[in-house]
Design a protein around this ligand. Structure first.
Ligand SMILES: [Zn+2]
Length: 178
């Protein structure tokens, strides 16, 4: 999980991976967001999804950066400078949890966030994912350059958002006790 309020109200979902179709994953991430009472500061989470062709629940990585559920509609992936980078790095973080099996859909409910494994030390697994996410943001800085020609100081704002996020994550990492 990534907990941080920054820039935007988080909401529906950019999702991928797993055996779920893009539409199934998108809808599942949206439901999980709506069903979770503590969603206000969620940047990303793992959701438990019912997808065609699978008897069991499938874990799906969800990113909520820059998506406003209240407005209902799909938001362009470049709605603000660096949004696509935030989404992609949040997905890497959540996919890391899925690969490491920190989270589980057993037990779990369809259309809800996956519970964390009860015996795991959250600080330990978040430290690993924060590091992964920090690397992702640092590696993605060059993508801000590609936005340079779009408009005004889009490139500079993107770099500022990305650098700010790296700082936030480094602070969050330093507060963990793995
Ligand atoms: Zn996490």
């Amino acid at each position: 999980m990534t907990l941080l309020a920054f820039l935007v109200v988080a909401a529906p979902a950019r999702a991928q991976d797993s055996s779920c179709s893009r539409d199934e994953a998108e809808e599942c991430c949206r439901s999980a967001y709506i069903n979770d009472k503590s969603r206000a500061e969620i940047g990303g989470r793992v959701a438990c999804c019912e997808c065609e062709g699978s008897d069991s629940l499938t874990m799906v990585a969800c990113s909520y950066w820059g998506r406003n559920l209240e407005e209902g509609g799909e938001i362009k992936s470049d709605a603000w400078p660096g949004q696509a980078i935030f989404e992609s790095c949040a997905l890497k973080h959540e996919q890391g949890h899925i690969k490491a099996l920190d989270a589980s859909c057993d037990p779990g409910a369809p259309g809800h966030f996956a519970p964390w494994r009860p015996l795991a030390n959250p600080d330990k697994f978040e430290a690993r994912e924060y590091k992964l996410e920090i690397s992702c943001f640092k590696d993605s800085l060059k993508e801000c350059e590609a936005l340079g020609s779009k408009k005004g100081d889009y490139h500079a704002l993107c770099a500022r958002n990305v650098n700010h996020r790296v700082q936030q994550l480094e602070q969050a990492l330093s507060r963990l006790k793995p």
